[in-house]
Ligand binder design. Structure first.
Ligand code: KIV
Length: 271
């Protein structure tokens, strides 16, 4: 265990120091109180209230339908369960792209009503004004480059991004811009490991990878994927630490058998 596990409250500054000292940063998603409590107790440095809640919690095909009110509700629930980790909340699709004022309004709601410690938004140059406005208001911003799921209808597929030189060059210059604008960290999603390494080395702010290889300064996974609750999703980058889908369905079917067979409740389980 590192000295950082002793830290009572992780801040954006803690993450910056971790990069500087070569200590890997850990991040997982959570969308509710009970999960956040367990994830925090397990010792992750940061918790992402991802707009992947749109897929995982609500069953939508994409992250696009989730609303700011819904993300605020998820964030409030997570914050109540967390004592150590930095809680970063996604601003959902349509709440920051149109103009900087709207972006700031959305970010302020997420901080004030949601209780987030920082926000995350997807994109580079095209959302420069929004990032600058939010940072200027004193709100920590995490960037997100590479496969940005809010642009899925533009990409058309969830395949690895920035394999071609032109897209890789844009990603590198976007990453530098995000650092210059004052972002405290950047998520790099589904890009070649070599490119992620190059970006990570060229920045003083940490990169957090998902499907971006081992040389990012930290790693993030969707909690439901890493504990194996989601059987239909098996990308190459995912490591499953449990198989909760079969554990839970097994427990449920045992309960059904016990009730139907009049085994539950027994006399010890009755008043
Ligand atoms: O919404 C999310 O869960 C994310 C991660 C995949 C990085 O943005």
């Amino acid at each position: 265990m590192s000295t950082y596990s002793e830290i009572k409250k992780v801040t954006t500054e803690t993450l910056r120091k971790m990069k500087f000292e070569g200590e890997k940063i850990t991040m997982l998603t959570s969308y509710d109180f009970t999960t956040a409590k367990m994830v925090d107790a397990g010792g992750v440095d940061a918790i992402l209230v991802g707009d992947s809640a749109s897929n995982v919690m609500a069953g939508h095909e994409t992250t696009l339908p989730i609303t700011l009110d819904q993300m605020i509700y998820h964030t409030q629930s997570v914050v109540r369960g967390v004592s150590r980790a930095l809680v970063v909340a996604d601003l959902p699709f349509g709440t920051y792209q149109s103009n900087a004022e709207k972006a700031l309004e959305s970010a302020v709601r997420m901080m004030k009503e949601g209780g987030a410690h920082a926000i995350k938004i997807e994109g580079g140059k095209e959302i420069e004004d929004s990032i600058q406005k939010i940072v200027n208001a004193g709100i920590p911003v995490m960037g997100h480059l590479g496969l940005t799921p809010q642009s899925i209808y533009q990409f058309g597929t969830y395949k690895v991004r920035a394999k071609e030189e032109q897209e890789a060059e844009k990603l590198i210059s976007d990453a530098k811009l995000l650092e210059k604008l004052g972002c405290f960290a950047i998520v790099l999603e589904k890009i070649p490991a070599e490119l992620a390494k190059k970006v990570s080395k060229s920045l003083t702010i940490p990169t957090i990878g998902i499907g971006a290889g081992a040389d990012c300064d930290g790693q993030v996974l969707v909690y439901h994927d890493m504990v194996g609750m989601n059987q239909g999703f098996s990308p190459k980058f995912l490591r499953r630490y449990l198989n909760l889908y079969s554990e839970i369905t097994g427990a449920v079917s045992q309960y059904v058998k016990d009730v139907k067979g009049k085994d539950f409740p027994n006399s010890n389980e009755s008043y």
